[in-house]
Design a protein around this ligand. Structure first.
Ligand SMILES: C[S@@+](CC[C@H](N)C(=O)[O-])C[C@H]1O[C@@H](n2cnc3c(N)ncnc32)[C@H](O)[C@@H]1O
Length: 171
């Protein structure tokens, strides 16, 4: 399971500023960000491919709706006011770890998460995603342009080894 780290806390802080009826976290990990969503959303769902993470989250908060699936692929008939994700964003290396490695340039899983969330966003819905300077953002930017999504940087944090940002995506 992914141990909460500065990227987790940055996303949780930003997510706490939103409110509504339905929120989803893709790649819930320890549930720290979902807990922050639970303060202001009536219903909070979370997905992960890691069963141990989901079991941990179930012990932490019984009100979270937890699904083991790829990205948001389990959902079809619900619209979310907010979808958040701190995707695995490091470029792959020889020993791939699905909790941190996000594809050859680091953004492939991020694109997969956004693609999966887009049909589930309510009319005024938004998605918050963590991006890092350690990944090559060009394929993600091209994808956002192709989908005509608006991208706004909500908050940035400079660490000694990377620069993190929370970006808000809306249509
Ligand atoms: C960087 S961790 C973030 C965990 C947590 N959201 C946080 O901020 O601490 C990425 C999470 O995404 C999950 N994940 C990776 N690939 C996934 C996929 N295809 N679908 C769903 N979850 C995935 C990992 O298991 C991991 O829990």
């Amino acid at each position: 399971m992914y141990t909460p780290a500065p990227d987790t806390f940055l996303l949780a802080e930003c997510a706490f500023k939103y409110r509504g009826a339905w929120a989803l976290e893709i790649g819930i990990g320890s549930g720290a960000v979902a807990e922050s969503l639970a303060a202001n959303f009536k219903n909070v769902a979370g997905t992960d491919i890691d069963l141990a993470s989901l079991a941990y989250c179930r012990g932490r908060n019984k009100n979270l709706m937890l699904v083991c699936c790829d990205a948001a692929s389990a959902f079809g008939n619900v619209k979310f006011d907010l979808v958040v994700a701190n995707p695995p964003y490091l470029p792959d290396d020889d020993e791939k770890d699905a909790s941190v490695h996000g594809g050859p340039t680091g953004v492939e899983t991020t694109i997969r998460f956004v693609k999966s969330a887009l049909p589930l966003l309510s009319t005024r819905g938004a998605m918050l995603v963590i991006v890092s300077s350690r990944a090559d953002q060009s394929a993600l930017d091209a994808f956002l342009t192709e989908k005509k999504l608006k991208k706004k940087v909500i908050k940035e944090k400079k660490l000694f080894f990377e620069r993190l940002a929370v970006v808000e995506l809306t249509s």
